[in-house]
Ligand binder design. Sequence first.
Ligand code: PAF
Length: 281
Amino acid sequence: MLPIKTKNELDKLLKSKSNSKVLGLVPTMGALHKGHLELVKKAVQENDLVVVSIFVNPTQFDNPEDLKKYPRDLSKDLALIESIDSDILVFAPSVSEIYEHSVHSKTYDFQGLDNVMEGEFRDDHFNGVGTIVEQLFKLIKPDNAYFGEKDFQQLRIIKKLVEIQKIPVNIIPCPIIREAHGLAMSSRNERLSEKMRLKAGFIFKTLQSAKEKFGTKSALKVKEWVKNQFLKEGDFEVEYFEIADVETLSPLKRKVKNKKYRAFIAVYAEDVRLIDNIALN
Ligand code: PAF
């Protein structure tokens, strides 16, 4: 399987192949794991033609070290995709192909969805995500695009992006896939030691207990409890733990009947930043 490297080549191929076919897109940054492969399988089931994009997008990294260390293995990714379906098109452009002369993101008004959690701790992150995802949508024109709920805030913001930019695409959310001990699958997990990878199941266990407590306790009490659990455990540094409304992503102050809430966490483990989330009701 050979990747498509240029926008021109991709455009020509899509024009020749996608006539009246339902087209699915799975945008990724490569280093594919089981979580990505579930997105790809779902896309294959639901579309006539599938494009997987592989592009480590520099404008969504606020930390150059993190960008440098981001795992990359194109030949392994291609083999994994081919094992699902050899007709999948893989678009793996270079940075200059996407950004031409200026590696900068556009600025969007995501109506506050980007001011909290990941947006608060990662400068300009969602403008970077919006810039690449908008470009991919405009180039590929998919009917359906697949995103994992592990990046729940990203998913919410991409729905806002297509609303404000009026892009006709269905955004399909896909559930979080976990390792045997509960750690949410992520390309960053590869950077953890084997010991820490097992220990990091603690993050999901704590989220599950927080969900149970949320049934009877206030958001503030649950937040205190979670932070204490991590302090006692000692191996993780919590960047944030937040309980937020799933629509507005605004932090919960007082529970309102019939509203849906989710708990969100970001922690450092051995200098690797891990995020996770869980539906609370
Ligand atoms: O979730 C990701 O891997 C990235 O943020 C995305 C959506 C591919 C944009 O670079």
